[in-house]
Write a new protein. Structure first.
Length: 148
């Protein structure tokens, strides 16, 4: 993990993270969220869908973005303000999702950063969007500002 303060950020900074989706990840996500849609859990059911096999929850894939924001860019202390998501293609069990997060805008008065977020599998975009985060600042004693 790395902690970056607002003052450390610059336009174009990018961090990446990769995760291979295991069946146990999908089952665990279903347990935590209560989303037990059989397209995620039943190979028999999923075989009859256009995907032909089980797929990961879209929000599981999106949660990998959160892993980058909370541990790498900006890192510990960053607080989500918003996230847009565009689901472009399914993620299957066994796929390796590559997450890329890049700084595209900085608002110094509020210590906020806008980040472009992309998830790919084998070079194909499966999810994209953008996040706004509040970032800890040295000027604020290492804390994010208290109000959004």
């Amino acid at each position: 993990m790395q902690t970056l303060y607002f003052e450390d950020l610059s336009l174009g900074m990018t961090e990446r993270f990769a995760k291979t989706v295991a069946s146990s990840d999908v089952v665990g996500f279903a347990e935590v969220t209560g989303d037990r849609n059989p397209i995620h859990l039943s190979e028999h059911f999923a075989a009859k869908t256009p995907f032909g096999t089980r797929i990961a929850h879209g929000l599981y894939t999106a949660s990998l973005i959160s892993a980058v924001l909370g541990t790498r860019l900006p890192g510990p202390g960053a607080v989500y303000i918003s996230q847009t998501l565009n689901f472009r293609a399914p993620v299957r069990i066994g796929d390796t999702v590559e997450v890329s997060v890049a700084v595209v805008e900085l608002l110094p008065k509020k210590f906020r950063a806008r980040l472009a977020c992309t998830c790919t599998v084998d070079g194909e975009t499966v999810l994209d969007g953008e996040a706004w985060v509040k970032v800890p600042s040295r000027a604020a004693g290492g804390r994010p500002l208290p109000r959004v």
